[in-house]
Write a protein that binds this ligand. Structure first.
Ligand code: HEM
Length: 559
């Protein structure tokens, strides 16, 4: 591609020289004409601007082609939309901003989608329609509409939709997080609630959480002694990864440390590629083509992951601590799932693909969300020294000696409020995805099966009619206001049947990590200024930039 455009530039230059003009490689038709005039004067040769026909035709051909394609597509699209609105009868539709052919509302959207939806909702209402390229979405932006979807119509909205070309996944057909509300999904969700993420499992991994927090503190203490800055985002990401992997495969964690590291990096690559592929949605029917080769790379990363997990699974099956050993409460997630795969009486017989994809989706759902939340919490505490000080005072009064432990957290209401406020102001999953599976009523609108919804948590949890100083970080609001909150004004873990399964785990780990980091370190920024609270682009609620700071040990509880 590059060499072809270089050739074209050379060709133009040749034509320009033949016409006796300057040979500047200009980037637009108009700029090239003007510069030619300028060059001519600049050289002291008063030459009139020449009309260079072959050059102009050469430059205009792609432009004309685009124009023709644009007009044709607009006509087709219009014909199609007239037909589809005719077929949808006279159903009342939610309001929608004026759209452009082909691109729909893309021109109205900024890089932070939830924020753009929030701005549009202020004008078009709490339920509006948005078209992104070839795809149409209904966007819900207030608590009342969210309640209608997630509570009153929970079963009708218990499915999610997928974004972008999904054919590059090697686990098609065995999805859990992105599955529609089908028998496999129901079977797995039950298994999650009764076994994999039951309270007994959390208890079982309490020690691991303590060990990993200690490891984080030790790493930061040594950076502090060396006077080095740290990338706190990376440190927190490592903490979350280790905790999740220990839940999945605690029995083989130390044996497969290298494989775990490779799995982690493959998952990171897959998440990045997945985000890029999600953007293909704007291409409409063209989204099935792997226009930039991201799909192929995604398949390669998934195959790498598959090979590594296969090795670990075989080791479990052949090892001394095989799936049949030990009572159920002593098993990690891999053992529990391998045991379930041998249960002939189960409603669904799990295959290896089911298990591998379940772990993959769990890694997707857990690590980035929790890491982003931790990063935001630390950013707000560093940017607001008075809040950090108040938190330390609470910790000191409840835990005068030693590091804080999980059992202390119920006695630390301000710490819990810091966690809640972080998830309100900086929700890591600002948009919930839902698909209507059966025609139903939402407000004054009749929703057809197949309609895709975004529920804008970002807008709901910053709604000025529900929250005072909604853009500010004020943990105190949760000390006072908890009981007066209406349903679906605060739900960072989603709602209804698809609610997050990691909520208890995430709340506990966040409180423990934030409390410990507040207790043990002061934080200095390189520049001495506040941390930039810019949000990353797209569907994510993560910070745009990594959190770089100097930890200064104020208390080392593990010395
Ligand atoms: C601060 C951390 C986290 C936040 C803010 C968060 C938030 C969410 C949200 C908003 C959803 C979608 C719910 C809906 O559609 O109604 C979700 C789903 C999910 N989350 Fe989390 N999550 C977090 C951590 C975790 C962790 C640690 C795990 C696993 C241990 C996890 C596993 C899942 C799974 C498996 C789903 C899909 C559930 C389903 O479809 O039924 N999440 N999460």
């Amino acid at each position: 591609m590059e060499s072809r455009s270089a050739q074209a530039i050379e060709q133009n230059r040749g034509q320009n020289r033949m016409a006796g003009e300057s040979s500047r490689g200009d980037s637009s038709l108009f700029a090239s004409n003007l510069s030619r005039k300028f060059d001519a004067y600049g050289n002291g040769r008063i030459t009139s601007f020449k009309y260079n026909r072959p050059f102009l035709v050469h430059r205009m051909a792609p432009f004309l082609l685009c124009l023709i394609v644009f007009i044709l597509s607009a006509c087709l699209l219009r014909a199609f939309s007239v037909r589809s609105s005719a077929s949808s009868g006279s159903l009342k539709q939610p309001p929608s901003p004026p759209s452009l052919p082909i691109i729909g509302h893309i021109h109205l959207l900024g890089s932070v989608l939830p924020k753009s939806f929030q701005t549009l909702a202020r004008r078009y209402g709490p339920l509006m329609q948005i078209r992104i390229g070839g795809s149409n979405f209904w966007v819900a932006s207030d608590a009342a509409v969210a309640k209608e979807i997630l509570q009153m119509n929970d079963v009708n909205f218990a499915s999610r939709f997928e974004l972008g070309p999904v054919q590059y996944s090697i686990y098609r057909g065995v999805e859990f997080v992105t599955a529609p509300y089908n028998p496999y999904y129901r079977f797995m969700k039950k298994l999650c609630l009764t076994k994999l993420f039951a309270a007994s499992q959390y208890e079982r991994f309490r020690r691991s959480r303590g060990e990993e927090i200690e490891r984080l503190v030790r790493s930061l203490v040594s950076l502090s002694m060396e006077g080095k800055a740290c990338n706190l985002s990376t440190e927190l990401g490592l903490l979350m990864n280790r905790l999740i992997f220990k839940m999945i495969m605690s029995k083989r964690y130390s044996k497969f440390t290298e494989s775990v590291a490779t799995i982690q990096s493959s998952v990171k690559v897959m998440l990045e590629l997945g985000a890029k592929l999600g953007v293909y949605e704007v291409f409409g029917p063209l989204k099935c083509y792997d226009l930039f080769g991201h799909g192929k790379k995604l398949t390669a990363a998934m195959l790498r992951y598959d090979g590594l997990v296969e090795e670990i699974m075989k080791d479990y099956e052949n090892g001394e601590q095989g799936v049949e050993s030990g009572d159920e409460s002593g098993r990690d997630l891999m053992e529990l799932l391998l045991a379930a795969s041998r249960d002939d009486a189960a409603d669904i017989l799990l295959t290896r693909r089911h298990i591998k994809n379940f772990f993959l989706e769990m890694l997707f759902a857990s690590t980035d969300t929790s890491t982003a939340a931790l990063q935001w919490a630390m950013t707000e505490l560093i940017n607001n020294p008075a809040i950090l000080e108040k938190l330390r005072e609470e910790i000191k009064s409840v835990v005068p000696e030693g590091p804080i432990k999980e059992s202390d957290i119920p006695n630390l209401p301000y710490l819990q409020s810091v966690v809640k406020e972080t998830l309100r102001l900086h929700t890591p999953t600002p948009l919930l995805f839902r698909e209507c599976s059966r025609e139903c009523q939402v407000g004054e609108y009749q929703v057809k099966a197949g309609t895709r919804f975004f529920i804008n948590l970002y807008a709901i949890m910053r709604d000025p009619s529900a929250w005072t100083d909604e853009e500010e970080f004020v943990p105190e609001r949760f000390l006072m206001k908890d009981s007066t909150l209406l349903e679906f004004q605060y739900f960072p873990f989603g709602g209804g049947r698809r609610v997050c399964i990691g909520m208890a785990f995430a709340n506990m780990v966040m409180a423990l990590a934030i409390g410990t980091l507040a207790q043990c370190f002061d934080w200095e920024l390189k520049s001495g200024e506040k941390i930039d609270v810019k949000v990353g682009s797209g569907f994510s609620g993560a910070m745009a930039r990594p959190l770089l700071c100097h930890p200064i040990t104020r208390y080392d509880p593990f010395k």
